[in-house]
Design a protein around this ligand. Structure first.
Ligand SMILES: NC(=O)c1ccc[n+]([C@@H]2O[C@H](COP(=O)([O-])OP(=O)(O)OC[C@H]3O[C@@H](n4cnc5c(N)ncnc54)[C@H](OP(=O)(O)O)[C@@H]3O)[C@@H](O)[C@H]2O)c1
Length: 221
């Protein structure tokens, strides 16, 4: 697939690299330096190149939206018309110092974004794990040569096309996709992402943390 990365920082840079290593064609875009994007693309060691947000969006089968909430207007205006594009967003609606959600309870960042780019196929994914764990999950998948039974990754959305694409990319990274339901469930997944961040950054053990949901058969008492 051709994947455009809008925001090549901790999340976009790492996921773009992994997507390229998984065999996709990747365009890395939106950073403060063109050289950084070029370095990132050549270090990905796959079919990756640097480009503008518009170039990233142009021929993309899927776009990853990975910028700070405060940069959303800017990156979307640079990307141009996203009609018919699949947009996966890992973005969280954080305030400028990343201490709180600025949209919550009665809505979510994902719902606000989906409204803003209503002509696109939108799905919320990859926002409930820290960037630090992504390479580890991918390496474990490659080592075990498995396509499932990795850590879980919840995603949600109202668009079947976008959700199908999310499943594929989530598996490519090495997670087991967990469909949490419609997009409004992002009201739950976004605060959950802050719980994971708390465990990653504020508790012992380091930020390389992921989670796994397990279902059990009903048993008699
Ligand atoms: N980091 C995580 O572990 C994590 C986990 C879950 C969800 N999220 C969410 O994912 C989204 C991306 O997070 P992130 O940690 O990847 O952010 P980040 O590291 O700050 O990356 C954001 C990207 O936007 C670029 N950017 C910022 N200001 C810009 C400007 N004025 N002009 C051009 N480019 C600009 C940055 O450029 P530079 O590279 O030049 O700085 C960077 O490439 C956020 O919404 C965050 O809440 C993050």
């Amino acid at each position: 697939m051709r994947i455009g990365i809008l925001g090549s920082g901790l999340m976009g840079g790492k996921l773009g690299t992994i997507f390229a290593r998984a065999g996709h064609e990747v365009v890395c875009s939106y950073a403060r330096s063109e050289q950084k994007l070029q370095r990132l693309a050549s270090a990905a060691k796959g079919k990756a190149r640097a480009g503008t947000p518009r170039e990233a969006a142009q021929d993309a089968d899927a776009l990853l939206l990975a910028v700070h909430w405060s940069r959303m207007d800017d990156v979307l205006s640079q990307a141009g018309d996203l009609t018919g594009k699949v947009v996966l967003s890992c973005s969280l609606p954080m305030n400028t110092d990343d201490t709180a959600l600025v949209v919550a309870h009665a809505s979510s960042g994902a719902e606000e974004l989906a409204k803003r780019i209503s002509s696109a196929h939108f799905v919320s994914a990859f926002n409930t794990v820290p960037s630090e764990v992504l390479f580890g999950v991918f390496a474990a998948k490659r080592k075990a040569r498995r396509s499932n039974f990795g850590p879980s990754l919840v995603y949600c959305g109202d668009d079947a096309i976008a959700k199908k694409m999310a499943v594929r990319l989530i598996r490519d990274v090495g997670f087991e996709p967990v469909d949490a339901g419609p997009l409004w469930i992002a009201r739950y997944t976004e605060p959950f992402a802050l719980l994971v961040a708390q465990l990653a950054y504020e508790r012992k053990g380091g930020p390389e943390v992921a989670y796994r949901f397990q279902r059990y058969k009903k048993t008699k008492r």
